[in-house]
Design a protein around this ligand. Sequence first.
Ligand code: ZN
Length: 90
Amino acid sequence: MRNKRFIAGATCPQCKLLDKIFVYLDSDDAGQDIKWRACASCDFSEPFDADAITPPAEILTRVNQNRVGEQPLAHEVAVEAVKLIDPKNN
Ligand SMILES: [Zn+2]
């Protein structure tokens, strides 16, 4: 068990106690680091993927508006001001 660190504000999913969850690094059989989280109060312990708790990337539904500075997707048309042209003036 290496790099043991408590996670402030985390609640144990098993015993529901606050501030008892800590993460640590361990090595698997291949020598790869595995992050675990465990509870100091009960026997809760599970592999813990830090990526799993980061907020998910932008939800894949988009409104029909591009953001400033954002490139349109392949199926989208860049937002432009549309000038209506009176054909009689041509
Ligand atoms: Zn616990």
